[in-house]
Design a protein around this ligand. Sequence first.
Ligand SMILES: Nc1ncnc2c1ncn2[C@@H]1O[C@H](COP(=O)(O)OP(=O)(O)OP(=O)(O)O)[C@@H](O)[C@H]1O
Length: 465
Amino acid sequence: MWCHRKALGRPGRKNYLLSTVDLDQENTEDKSIERGQLGLNAESCKFLGISAGDEVNIKVFVPPSKGLDLSLLRIEVDLRDGSSTHQPVLASDFVREFVKTFNKQIFTEFQSILLRYGGNSYHCTVADASLAVEKNSPAPKRGMLRKSTKLIVEVSSSMSEQINGAEIFKSIFRDGFDMKSLEQELISLNIGGMTSQIHDIIHLAFGSRMVSPANAKRLNLKHIKGMLLYGPPGSGKTLIARSICKLLNAKEPLIVRGPEITQELYGASERHIRALFDAAEKDEKQYGSKSDLHVIIFDEIDSIGKKRGAAAGSFQHDDKIVNQLLTMIDGTTELNNIFIIATTNRKDLLDEALLRDGRIELHIKIDYPDEQGRKQILDVCTRKWRQASLLDRDVDLQEIARRTIGYSGATLASLVTLSHSYANKELVDLDPMRLVKKNVKLTMNHFLRALEQSRVKLQESKQLR
Ligand SMILES: Nc1ncnc2c1ncn2[C@@H]1O[C@H](COP(=O)(O)OP(=O)(O)OP(=O)(O)O)[C@@H](O)[C@H]1O
């Protein structure tokens, strides 16, 4: 914030600037600002939610006579957009520079500050500003930075090399993963044709966890607790659920198959469901906001989450399981470290209470792929053969994609396996003793035979339905 230099006393003397954003000597004094005027830079405007032309009320901050000193100031630091690092800096040097620049300035929780240091612009957000003498007041936490203030610098793991030795706040993604490389990552996980859908799913499900902790708190973001992936059989729901977990910085997911739980004895099913949440509860108690994320995948949730009162015979058992599941999911309201992924191809059978806000609230349909998606799935499924030069040049995957309208990802994957079986059979027919060690090559002919066979199968299963 700028003002005419005669308008306010120097900080620490008489008056205080609440948000002194840039104390660079040349920038402090903006000659265009006259007496009686205040100037804000873009960073302050963003923080205060002010645009050019807005009318704002400004109150003079009268500091209390004592108890203004901060005992702790925790800041999250990032490089400002477009700023490139010339040289990594040590966290201890960064802290020294920050204190030197902003000594005796007032800081407020969530405030944005720019620090220019070592040729870079650092964007700092106040994550915590604790007073030496805490007051029970609803007013935002605010106090003066002193040499005695403990200053903690936190960075995301991707910034850890730029500010060496700073504390690292957990990223929702595992080390080395970046959303920009999602397509490559999915190919390496053998998933084809779903990049944009998985990109959207990640943003919807984990958007609140993708921003830094201070920003999530500032924006009052609530974490999504659970998501349902629904759609026809073989469309890749389980594959997506498992693969997303591989991109996250989370504990190994607990994968539960619904039918296994229903087959358990009376009482055992409920115990099993309760036990699934144990580790997350313990971690939350022990580590609070620093706890790892725990993911539970309920595969085929329709078998444990049926509408209550709908099942004949074993209804009491089924209803008790749903009740237990609801109780446990409701218990997670207090837990920020848990995420549920449920899959089903019978969303219509599920108890609606399970799907309400705060429970399994995000519902995403996973459908069969279009032609382009089918081609990409075929690309992924034949990748190993291509890399080993065992895919004949006559194989036209685009043509196969064109001929497989209505095929699921699962059917396409088994089409490739079947083609391989045909190729293998041909080799064995030619050389029953396998005297000549030769690797089998996949040709278009193998694919066409497999296509014929899978069409017959598809027809039969449609007739049976
Ligand atoms: N997009 C895809 N890319 C590559 N392979 C796929 C894709 N979708 C499905 N598959 C293949 O199909 C198999 C079965 O998929 P998955 O079990 O995830 O389907 P699902 O929708 O959960 O089926 P169901 O509803 O019957 O449980 C996968 O293991 C994989 O081999």
